[in-house]
Write a protein that binds this ligand. Structure first.
Ligand SMILES: [Zn+2]
Length: 190
């Protein structure tokens, strides 16, 4: 088993993650506590991995002419706090104290605008391919760390499809929630 990076949250920054600042964020509403973790998948072009296009997209630096699909997302300004690549490498785009733009129109337990009070984690992946073992390991390690820093999210893990049903399908049928929860349990009891 390869050694897993150890993570730590300091001042909204995840030590152990590569910092790739995105301009796509704003302030959370005043006195808003982080209460929810939202899991997504993304790949650019869809179902193709590598290439660095997601990073470019979240940084508003994607060259829309490079692929026909990119034209369908041209000009969109989005972000997530974290992205976990196929290798398990973790990238941070937005400070946890700030509001990333990942959820869109959404609602969780009757509370709208999930971006206001959630942390968004993208897995490099798609709705029609399995995720990599390294991604589950990294996601579990990061989640355990975030739950320590932001205790309210301990009971509140959701997929994008849970908070925007009918509109979003990610993280999709290949995301194995029981496996994720088992790995998370393992990390928390280390
Ligand atoms: Zn999503």
């Amino acid at each position: 088993m390869s050694e897993t990076t150890s993570f730590q949250v300091r001042d909204g920054i995840l030590d152990g993650a590569r910092q790739v600042p995105s301009p796509n964020y704003n302030q959370r509403p005043e006195h808003t506590e982080i209460q929810l973790l939202v899991v997504h998948n993304i790949s650019l072009p869809p179902s193709q991995f590598g290439g660095g296009y997601i990073e470019q997209f979240f940084q508003n630096q994607l060259d829309w002419s490079q692929h026909p699909y990119f034209q369908s997302i041209e000009g969109m300004q989005v972000s997530a706090h974290l992205l976990i690549l196929r290798s398990g490498e973790v990238l941070q785009f937005v400070n946890f104290k700030d509001r990333a733009w990942h959820a869109g129109r959404s609602s969780y337990l009757g509370q709208k605008e999930c971006n206001d009070y959630s942390i968004g984690i993208e897995l490099e992946g798609s709705d029609d391919l399995p995720f990599d073992e390294a991604q589950y390991q990294a996601l579990a390690a990061v989640t355990a760390c975030l739950q320590q820093a932001y205790p309210k999210i301990q009971q509140h893990l959701a997929g994008h499809s849970d908070i925007a049903p009918g509109r979003k399908t990610d993280p999709g049928p290949f995301f194995d929630w029981p496996k994720f929860r088992a790995e998370l349990h393992h990390f928390k009891n280390k």
